[in-house]
Structures are given as C-alpha cells and as structure tokens.
Design a protein around this ligand. Structure first.
Ligand code: FES
Length: 110
C-alpha cells in the first residue's frame, strides 16, 4: 500500500504506508515546492496537512508530537506547541488560524 496526496497535478505517491509509524510524521516535498506533513493513526488511516507552522514560518509540523483531543488527532508544533487538527487543519489554540489539508488516500500497489 502506498500513501497518495491529491495535488493540482493529481494523486501523488508520497511513500509506503508501512514506512509510516503512528505518532511520527514525515515531510513530503510537493511538485509546487511546498511541503506536506503526513501522518498515520494507529488504525492505519493517513492524514496530510501543510508542513509549515503558520506561527513561525518554519517547516516543522511533520516533527511535531501527535495526540488526540476530543477523539480527534492533532499534531502540536515542536516550536510553540500550538495544536493543529489533522483532519481539518484548524488550530485548536487559535481559532483564526488554519493550515491547509490535503486529500489523502491509500492505494494498493501491484
Ligand atoms: S518512504 Fe515514506 S518517507 Fe520515505
């Protein structure tokens, strides 16, 4: 199984699902030069959000700590610790701030 993100050009394979470890993100470089932070939960469900921390501008969200709040997964920035919902990209600590999310899917590779 591979993990694919939807970008302007279509579905982009970013890595093998088996190479993702629950709780640890990876950064993926996208064709437009931006970066996504890709995560998988313990059920094997993938998530992808922008890797750039909007509060500092640093590309670090893939290195954040993952947790859950109200049953929903989030990543906390390793810098100032703001938490971002992995499904919606909304900042749980500042309701005006959102990071982008990417449609993500797993695909069977032959
Ligand atoms: S294969 Fe997933 S990060 Fe390299």
């Amino acid at each position: 199984m591979t993990v694919e993100l939807q970008v302007a050009q279509g579905w982009l394979t970013v890595c093998e699902l088996s190479s993702l470890i629950p709780g640890r993100g990876v950064a993926a470089l996208l064709p437009d030069g931006s970066q996504a932070a890709v995560f998988v939960d313990r059920a094997g469900r993938p998530y992808a959000i922008g890797n750039q921390d909007p509060f500092t501008g640093a590309h670090v969200l893939s290195r954040g700590l993952v947790g859950t709040a109200g049953g929903r997964p989030f990543v906390a920035s390793p810098l100032l610790k703001q938490r971002f919902d992995l499904e919606s990209g909304r900042c749980l600590d500042d309701e005006e701030t959102v990071v982008r999310t990417y449609p993500v899917r797993t695909a069977v590779t032959s």
